[in-house]
Design a protein around this ligand. Structure first.
Ligand code: KIV
Ligand code: ZN
Length: 385
């Protein structure tokens, strides 16, 4: 089984979510948890963007020594010097430099010709390489770039010393089949591609970030860039927990594994949500409150007979020890009876029938019938006898 690396950018691209600003203590707290989670590369920030970010990146590089710590830099000397100042104290530092390669970005944003962009990219990688061995180059808006031009830029930066090439879908425009074909074409035409790691970085504007990243796994990429809870610019980035659990649950299909300790996923997700202030939607895959909750009678009955009827992963796989059967108006006899028995409330048949009809009346008024409600129903029943 091939090992794929997880590059976590929660503290850089994730922090670019509108309304999110983490101070350096919070960043450090998340970084320690990401180390426990087992990510391979942690992008700690964009040091030139603010003194606070610089400090956060530096503290992480200093303290978190079991993984590679990356810092972002645009393709210019000032950014690269600053990124290096922040991470040079680290055990395994990586400079991540980027430049846009799509006609739209080159024309309107950079206002530079393709020849100038090629030259700037090469110079940036050369400069970064004078500082550190591990240099990642990202071609911003790669998925809307021309294949031949992108391959030319990549061949140039490999020659200049890049160790990782990132092919982002910056604006979340790609679709899985098209993205896979695009990656194949670029990789085929890039000279020296066998010497470097290939990475993808997908945004979620069309809700396809995870699907596109998985399509890239099929092409043979070595690194996936993602964020915890999928936070990030606009609609966010590929969600780490979704990618990892898709690869884990469907390893029959992908035949790759990661170094992620899946039982740390829930804890990491909650920490990032709490510190970033980004609330997790209840039906969010893997880490949402309802991701392992079963409410309908038919599903609950199936689950009680065998969990595999409606559960493709166990809550304990991601580190939750939760009651997954939620008692509500759709619940049937079997689930209510089981819960009463689990609570040590062994009722006779007719007593149970009375409690069950009271349960149904209550469930019509309440979204969820709790353990305390069940005790009250049983107490009420015994008092009236
Ligand atoms: O989305 C993007 O292209 C980026 C790059 C800086 C990698 O975040
Ligand atoms: Zn991005």
């Amino acid at each position: 089984m091939r090992r794929i690396e997880i590059f976590d950018t929660t503290l850089r691209d994730g922090e670019q979510s509108p309304g999110v600003a983490l101070n350096s203590d919070e960043k450090l707290q998340i970084a320690r948890q990401l180390a426990k989670l087992g990510v391979n590369v942690l992008e700690a920030g964009f040091p030139i963007s603010s003194p606070g970010d610089f400090e956060g990146v530096r503290r992480i590089a200093q303290e978190v020594r079991t993984l590679s710590v990356a810092a972002l830099a645009r393709a210019n000397a000032k950014d690269i010097e600053c990124a290096w100042d922040a991470i040079s104290v680290g055990e395994s530092p990586r400079i991540h430099t980027f430049l846009a390669t799509s006609p739209i970005h080159m024309l309107y944003k950079l206002q530079k010709s393709p020849e100038e962009v090629l030259e700037l990219a090469i110079q940036a990688v050369r400069l970064a390489k004078l500082k550190v061995g591990d240099v990642e180059f990202s071609a911003e808006d790669a998925s809307r770039s021309e294949v031949d031009f992108l391959a030319k830029v990549f061949s140039g930066v490999i020659k200049a010393g890049a160790t990782v090439l990132n092919i982002p879908d910056t604006v979340g425009y790609a679709t899985p089949e098209e993205y896979a074909a695009f990656l194949r074409a670029v990789m085929e035409r890039t000279t020296g591609i066998e010497k470097v790691k290939v990475s993808v970085h997908c945004h979620n504007d069309l809700g396809l970030a995870v699907a596109n990243s998985l399509a890239a796994v099929g092409v043979g990429v070595h690194q996936l860039e993602c964020t915890v809870n999928g936070i990030g610019e606009r609609a966010g980035n590929a969600a780490l927990e979704e990618l990892v659990m898709a690869l884990h649950t469907r390893r029959d299909q992908y035949d790759v594994d990661t170094s992620i300790v899946t039982t740390e996923i829930a804890r990491t997700s909650q920490l990032v949500s709490r510190l970033s202030g980004m609330v997790i939607q209840h039906n969010k895959a893997i880490v949402g409150k309802n991701a392992f909750a079963h409410e309908s009678g038919i599903h609950q009955d199936g689950m009680l007979k065998d969990r595999s009827t409606y559960e493709i992963m166990l809550p304990s796989d991601i580190g939750i020890d939760a009651e997954t059967i939620v008692l509500g108006k759709h619940s049937g006899r079997h689930a209510v009876h089981q819960r009463l028995t689990d609570l040590g409330l062994d009722l006779g048949e007719s007593q149970f029938e009375d409690v069950f009809s009271q349960f149904k009346i209550l469930a019509d008024r309440k979204r969820e019938v709790t353990t305390a409600d069940l005790f009250s129903l049983v107490d009420l029943k015994t008092e009236t006898e």
